[in-house]
Design a protein around this ligand. Structure first.
Ligand code: UT7
Length: 333
């Protein structure tokens, strides 16, 4: 029998340091006006020197664990979604396991770029639905500032650092994750990537000098893909869950560009009051963007028990993923 799985705890980690558009004006040929009108971003957070993805992930994880009212030793599995792991291996999830003292937990990383959190939550939920595990910790954590070329204005103005974590457990029937839809199109792998440092282009003096270790993006092609896929993914997941856009209380799109967010909301017939937007304050935090927005939605009362929440992500791979859930946190069972 399938057991329903849902979010029973949620936490975030947002670095204190704020990098504003006017700070960026002093670093590259750009303007606050260009960044705000083309992307909707005003500022982003930057992890303190020496901080890595596992540091932000652990802080978010401890917040989620406290919010669920459990202890680290209750966790059976940790999945970290990230494109900025502490190092190629071991997995950042293993480092987090040690940092937070979740000594019973299995741990692995999952890489699906900006769709990473939706992928990881969908995977994590399976372990609860099948009865294999009781408590799964899913984290999206990014330190994108470490893979950005701060001389490339086409990418450096877009990204930010942060982490969001959720605890998944069995929830009452009708609550929690109602459906997910995942997809990928590897023919678009070149559109968004870090080419260097892997087995195709191992790190070398030459690879570093030519900047192969930095994030590269064909922004306009990714934009076109995002606009197309966000609608398809949302429609597919709602259909699978037996719901329509009219049922959606809260829509959480991946925070990559305000223009994409607004266009999708308009297409879905959703007023902006039902859309969570925080790209203005955090920029694009890749796998962390959806759990950070989810946390803020819950904290501010925009999401309350019983609400239908639609989450849609897209990103490098190319990948995409959508999930729909009936929010359970706050329901007494
Ligand atoms: O999370 C992963 C998924 N990622 C995304 O979804 C990102 C999707 N793409 C986008 O959001 C947009 O394509 C961008 C925000 C990246 C770029 O916006 P755009 O409206 O597509 O601009 P563009 O790339 O077509 O560039 C327009 C102009 C160019 O100048 P010319 O060639 O027209 O003279 C760029 O050189 O804007 C220039 N430009 C800038 N100007 C000032 C590019 N970056 C900047 C900048 N400041 N930071």
């Amino acid at each position: 029998m399938i057991r329903p799985a849902g979010i029973t705890g949620i936490g975030v980690s947002l670095p204190d340091a704020v990098l504003t558009n006017s700070d960026l004006e002093k670093m590259v040929e750009t303007s606050d006006e260009w960044i705000r009108t083309r992307t909707g971003i005003s500022e982003r957070r930057i992890a303190a020197p020496g901080k890595a993805a596992s540091d932000l992930a652990s802080e978010a994880a401890l917040g989620a664990i406290a919010s669920a009212g459990i202890s680290p030793s209750d966790i059976d599995l940790i999945i970290v979604a990230t494109v900025t792991p502490d190092m190629p291996f071991p997995a950042t999830a293993c480092i987090v396991q040690d940092k937070i003292g979740a000594s019973r937990a299995a741990a692995f990383d999952l890489e699906a770029a900006c769709s990473g959190f939706i992928y990881a939550m969908t995977v994590g939920a399976q372990f609860i639905e099948t009865g294999m595990y009781e408590t799964v910790l899913v984290i999206g954590s990014e330190t994108l500032s470490r893979i950005i070329n701060w001389k490339d204005r086409s990418t450096c103005v877009l990204m930010g650092d942060g982490a969001g974590a959720v605890v998944l457990q069995q929830v009452p029937e009708g609550y929690g994750l109602l459906g997910s839809y995942l997809g990928a199109d590897g023919s678009g792998a070149d559109l968004l990537k870090v080419p260097g440092g892997g087995s195709r282009c191992p790190a070398s003096l030459e690879s570093v000098v030519s900047g192969e270790h930095f994030l590269k993006m064909n922004g306009s092609e990714v934009f076109k893909f995002a606009v197309r896929i966000i609608g398809e993914a949302a429609e597919r997941v709602l259909e699978k869950s037996g719901l329509t856009f009219a049922d959606v209380d809260c829509y959480i799109p991946h925070q990559a560009n305000y223009r994409i967010i607004e266009a999708s909301a308009r297409k879905f017939g959703l007023p902006m009051e039902r859309v969570l937007v925080n790209i203005d304050r955090y920029g694009n935090t890749s796998a962390a963007s959806i759990p950070i927005a989810l946390f803020e939605g819950f904290q501010t009362g925009r999401i309350s028990a019983g609400d239908i929440v639609l989450m849609v992500a897209f990103g490098g791979g190319l990948t995409w993923g959508a999930s729909v859930m009936r929010w359970v946190k706050g329901v007494s069972n």
